[in-house]
Design a protein around this ligand. Structure first.
Ligand SMILES: Cc1cc2nc3c(=O)[nH]c(=O)nc-3n(C[C@H](O)[C@H](O)[C@H](O)COP(=O)(O)OP(=O)(O)OC[C@H]3O[C@@H](n4cnc5c(N)ncnc54)[C@H](O)[C@@H]3O)c2cc1C
Length: 494
């Protein structure tokens, strides 16, 4: 059977390896870091286990599909989030909680006149956007732009105006209160943009979080996803080679012959699947003109993460598992956060406290806190030597807003700036979720999951199709596996 070399042990690489090993391919994985998972990683420090990046996901059925299609029972124990999260506004003592139950939700939004009627109408429309695009756009491989447009035109024409209207305009037409609009527009940031630029059709994400399948966390921590997949791969004889970074590619005609790591070692293979960023790898490792640095810089990238991991010696009141802390200058903040070269003042941030529901991630009686503050990437703010002062300012802000002393209760702490994220996982200029999802960077316009020049080279992960986030990356592994299965007959086996 053909040998497949997967470059990168992120969720994309691991789930592709699982699918291919189920189909009888011989698989090995080369990973730059010293453990698997990529952004879906873990920090173990002083008795605390911190999830490094993702803390929840939607479309849980994609994981079900992954394991089922590989002939194994789903080993993950999932927990649905309800409330989905709570949102704190500056100068408002009570947060707004997003419950699935409409009666409870209506109480939370008592400031919005006729909330239930407007919400139900808004979510109904978002459901149509989702179900009308999931099949033809999200779950498909496209061979060419023409192929993409053929699918695109299967989406009912009545949705066209929502491609040209922004998410904010759509919310503004539906709701009256500024806070309601702000809350439902937060999903635009997950796509790497602001609600003032994101097309209204992406309100489909409000449907996925609130009504469709909701958000899920994993019992035992998010890293269980990685450890369970790795266990399966090891039992199938898949080899892992850590501390191995691919730095160049050697080709012969229309095939990649070998890839070379940082020590000069050559890795030969029949098929290669690259889980490194699909745009940046083409430009920075393969020297492709279309993806050279100046062109990559002109693309739209998602915000960079600034993350703080705190182990506290006491339980913290007033926080749920998932919490957002927003200011009172939303439009102004959203307008400049992507491109400012300054350290953001009065930043907006997300706080995750997994020890509220999973005692195994912190010593007894203690708390495990993860803070994520989206910040401009390294194209705009290059120098993060002020990272410790910035972390302190965020922690101080959180202390003031929840009325609990954090700084004096820290048992262990770690801070990661965009520079650290970029360095650790080869994230382009520190962008956290990879390429953004504007209309010119999705579907047929996104870097393809097959190579333009070499017919035994493929790509999987957040910056190829269909997009970023854990369920999308699992779909990406299915799509690339289909490509490989299709092309395999054509690949010359050594
Ligand atoms: C802070 C943060 C929070 C997030 N929160 C969520 C969330 O709550 N829910 C959600 O669904 N998504 C979330 N995401 C997004 C999610 O983490 C990603 O979409 C997903 O994990 C990407 O997986 P991937 O396999 O494409 O890439 P990666 O996880 O980046 O994996 C790629 C791997 O390739 C390795 N690599 C790179 N270049 C090379 C090379 N040249 N040679 C060898 N190895 C190489 C890297 O080290 C890495 O291990 C979050 C992301 C971040 C950063």
């Amino acid at each position: 059977m053909a040998l497949v070399t997967v470059v990168g042990a992120g969720l994309g690489g691991l789930s592709t390896a699982l699918r291919l090993s189920s189909k009888g391919y011989q698989v090995r994985i080369l990973e730059k870091g010293d453990k698997p998972g990529g952004r879906l990683n873990i920090i173990r420090q002083d008795g605390f286990n911190f999830d490094m990046g993702p803390s929840f996901f939607s479309m849980s059925y994609e994981f079900e599909e992954l394991f089922k299609s590989c002939g194994v029972d789903n080993p993950l124990h999932l927990e649905k989030l309800d409330p989905v999260y709570q949102i704190f506004f500056r100068n408002k003592s009570e947060p707004v909680k997003l419950f699935h139950d409409i009666a409870l939700l209506e109480k939370e939004f008592s400031f919005e006149p006729n909330f239930r009627q407007k919400y139900e109408q808004y979510i109904r429309k978002a459901a149509e956007f989702f179900h009308d695009t999931e099949g033809p756009i999200i779950q498909q491989n496209f061979d060419s732009l023409l192929d993409y447009f053929a699918n695109f035109f299967q989406v009912p024409l009545k949705h066209t105006p929502y491609l040209f209207r922004t998410m904010w305009e759509h919310l503004d037409n539906t709701f009256e209160h500024e806070r309601t609009k702000v809350i439902f527009s937060l999903v635009a940031f997950f796509l790497g943009s602001t609600p003032y630029k994101t097309p209204a059709i992406y309100s489909l994400l409000n449907y996925t979080e609130m009504e469709h399948d909701g958000y899920w966390a994993v019992k035992g921590g998010m890293y269980s996803i990685v450890s369970e997949i790795v266990k399966l791969l090891e039992s199938r004889g898949v080899e892992f080679h850590y501390n191995t970074e691919i730095c160049s590619v050697n080709s012969l005609g229309d095939k990649v012959f070998s890839m070379e790591d940082q020590t000069g070692k050559q890795w030969k293979s029949d098929i290669f699947v690259v889980n490194s960023d699909a745009a940046a790898f083409r430009g920075l490792v393969m020297g492709r003109e279309k993806y050279k640095e100046a062109k990559l810089d002109r693309m739209d990238w998602t915000l960079a993460p600034f993350t703080i991991y705190l182990g506290l010696q006491h339980k913290v009141p007033n926080l749920l598992h998932h919490n957002y802390f927003l200011g009172d200058n939303f439009k102004e903040y959203a307008g400049k956060i992507f491109t400012t070269s300054e350290t953001p003042e009065n930043p907006y941030y997300y706080v995750n406290v997994p020890s509220k529901t999973d005692p195994s991630c912190a010593p007894e009686g203690m708390e495990n806190i993860f803070i994520l503050c989206p910040v401009p990437d390294l194209r705009f703010k290059k120098d993060w030597s002020d990272k410790n002062q910035f972390a302190k300012a965020i922690i101080k802000d959180l202390e003031d807003r929840i009325g609990f002393e954090i700084l004096g209760n820290i048992k262990t702490k770690m801070v990661m700036s965009p520079e650290d994220w970029a360095e650790k996982f080869n994230l382009y200029k520190g962008s956290g979720l990879g390429l953004a999802h504007g209309m010119t960077q999705v579907g047929g316009f996104r870097p393809k999951n097959f190579d333009e020049k070499f017919d035994n080279l493929f790509y999987v992960g957040a910056s190829t199709t269909p997009g970023t986030g854990l369920p999308m990356v699992v779909i990406s592994s299915r799509l690339v596996t289909e490509r490989i299965e299709e092309a395999y007959a054509k690949v010359q086996v050594r």
